[in-house]
Design a protein around this ligand. Structure first.
Ligand SMILES: Cc1ncc(COP(=O)(O)O)c(C=O)c1O
Length: 598
């Protein structure tokens, strides 16, 4: 590979046929290839070289002596010039010729979606890239969220079906005015609602690469399949799951789909037997949805009570388990409401006593990836003993949406649940792109045949930042949650903590005054709901709702955010106090104000 001007590189490949391939690379990416035969070399050089081999020698000679004689022009062709000596009189002349590397313009009738002017696309691409990088860099300067104006909703919904195309520049302008300013806001440093991930800058670039390759990743001979196998093996290693061919896994859109897969595999194992699902009321609703989809009756879902730490009560669970049939036992590695972590070791022990009848599943949507952190890892001991683990990479591992994962201990059982008999158009051959031997087909492990490549963004994210950095960010988020809980306790005249903080989630509410003076839970619920809406609508920060017990409305902060700083917590509590004062001065909450001053 020879370096030329402006980050272009040239490679000459003399294959065994009569051709010499000239490859032009830009920033390491192959952008053009032109193949020349003897005749073409001769014509091109005005008979200076008669054959491909002579031409090859000449170019290499020039490249190795004085590369300034070969340069790439703005239209990405090669311009070659060099002095040539004639005869014995040392007569020198500048010899030059040009190799057209540009693709031929299509003069035929066929149309395609490619641009007629690639340079124009390049300009648009550079503009978009610059804007997107600024968009990420300046995120802290914008409000966390802004309401979607009616006019924008109407503009989007009233758009006509485009019969004729328009300039991509115009289309991009519309993206800038109608879409980019009105997003959920979860890349913002002060976004702490639900359990949203912030993504990362590298993840965003990876999405562009993935979209450009657009490679269909069901299986076969292609790097993306090997990449997915590799990242799955890294994830298993990170969690401590058996990291060999006996276990299996697949990247999916998120934990909801991963849970459906896990339940389907367990059902396959227990076929023809009634399977009962055991989980707590705090388990995520995706468990119930998966059960509904797979035809598991409501009567076969048993809600086990929780202990004081909001963990599944193991003693109660043992009394609930039906000894005459099989069960799917769900442990949470961080519940969505409060972040409570079940005693996963205890659950694994219970399941280990009846391995043929009990399936140990972990919902690790939030917490499984926290195994990155040496400090947090012990909270999840037992996770590695699960029969299946469903978890997200788009939350606390900051891979851009969508990206979740399911790992299954019994890889063969997993495959036998989803592998389909071969249909004729998918016949595997002895070689080619989809050989029958040796290649891995992810479509045998999930719901989809056509699937995109999620592995590139995971691979690039993990390699760029490294597991230790993620671990430190997760610890940082947990420390921020603990600090915020401490601030709440320091302001005990105004706020109340509603659940123990074990991970990155803080549930709290504004109490106006000590709660033992006020017995007005409904009024407080109403007040806190209004306060939450105000916080969101003013774009101050995003926290989300949660109901503790039967009827205590909580503001819930969940920090899965690598951009959050500790000082954001101080600012946020001060702003909430201001907003609460404002609310108390409204007629709606005059009673509360009176009570507060009693
Ligand atoms: C604990 C838990 N389980 C499952 C899910 C569902 O995950 P997903 O939205 O990725 O499908 C969530 C989502 O927040 C969650 O917090």
């Amino acid at each position: 590979m020879y370096l030329l001007n402006d980050n272009y590189c040239l490679q000459l490949v003399r294959d065994s046929s009569e051709y010499l391939n000239i490859e032009l690379h830009h920033h390491g990416i192959l952008i053009r290839i032109v193949s020349l035969n003897n005749d073409q070399c001769s014509t091109l050089t005005h008979r200076l070289c008669e054959t491909v081999d002579e031409f090859n020698v000449l170019i290499i000679d020039l490249l190795e002596t004085s590369i300034s004689n070969i340069r790439v022009t703005v239209d990405e062709n090669l311009e070659i010039s060099f002095p040539v000596r004639f005869g014995s009189r040392n007569y020198e002349k500048l010899w030059s010729f040009r190799i057209e590397l540009r693709l031929e313009t299509n003069t035929a009738d066929e149309i395609s979606l490619d641009p007629s002017d690639w340079n124009d696309l390049r300009l648009l691409g550079h503009k978009i890239m610059d804007n997107m990088i600024d968009y990420m860099r300046d995120v802290r300067l914008r409000p966390t969220w802004r309401p979607l104006p009616l006019i924008i909703k109407e503009t989007i919904l009233n758009g006509d079906l485009p019969l004729q195309g328009q300039s991509p520049w115009e289309v991009y302008d519309e993206v800038c005015t109608t879409i980019l300013p009105y997003v959920m806001g979860n890349i913002h440093p002060l976004f702490w609602g639900h359990v949203y991930g912030t993504g990362s800058t590298i993840g965003a670039l990876a999405e562009f690469i993935t979209g450009t390759m657009n490679t269909m990743s069901w299986g076969g001979q292609q790097a993306s399949i090997y990449l997915e196998r590799k990242v799955l093996s890294w994830l298993k290693q990170m969690i401590g799951f058996p990291n060999d061919e006996t276990s299996s896994g697949i990247l999916v859109s998120g934990t909801s789909v991963a849970t459906i897969i896990a339940l389907a595999v367990a059902r396959k194992k227990f076929h023809e037997r009634t399977m009962i699902i055991y989980c707590t009321k705090d388990a995520h609703s995706c468990i119930i949805r998966a059960a509904n989809l797979l035809g598991i009756n409501k009567e076969n879902i048993v809600h086990v009570s929780t202990n004081e730490q909001r963990q599944i009560d193991l003693e109660v669970l043992e009394t609930c388990i039906d000894p005459n049939t099989c069960g799917f036992i769900v442990g949470s590695a961080g519940t969505v409401g409060t972040g409570a972590i079940d005693n996963l070791q205890g659950l694994a022990d219970i399941c280990a006593r009846r391995p043929n009848d009990l399936w140990f599943h972990v919902d690790g949507a939030i917490g499984a990836v926290a195994c990155c952190s040496r400090r947090l890892r012990p909270l999840f001991t037992g996770l590695e003993r699960a029969d299946s683990i469903a978890f997200d990479l788009h939350k606390w591992l900051f891979v851009p949406y969508e990206c979740g994962c399911i790992l299954v201990r019994d890889g063969q059982l997993h495959r036998s649940t989803f592998a389909q008999p071969t249909v004729s158009y998918l016949t595997l051959l002895d070689g080619g792109i989809t050989p029958s031997e040796g290649e891995h087909f992810f479509s045998d492990y999930g719901l989809e045949l056509s699937r995109n490549t999620k592995a590139v963004k995971v691979w690039m994210t993990l390699k760029t930042y490294g597991i230790e950095r993620f671990g430190r960010i997760m610890e940082q988020n947990v420390d921020q949650a603990l600090y915020f809980a401490h601030l709440i306790e320091q302001h005990s005249n105004q706020f109340e903590l509603l659940a123990k903080v074990t991970l990155n989630i803080v549930c709290f509410r504004y109490i106006v005054c000590q709660s033992n003076i006020i017995d007005e839970n409904d009024m407080l619920n109403k007040f806190n709901k209004r306060l939450l809406i105000m916080i969101q609508e003013r774009g101050i920060a995003i926290v989300s709702p949660f109901v503790i017990g039967t009827n205590t409305f909580a503001l819930r902060m969940c920090i899965t955010n690598h951009r959050t700083r500790l000082t954001d917590m101080d600012k946020f509590i001060e702003q909430m106090i201001q907003l609460a004062r404002e609310l108390l001065n409204t007629d709606e909450f005059a009673i509360l104000k009176t009570m507060g001053s009693m």
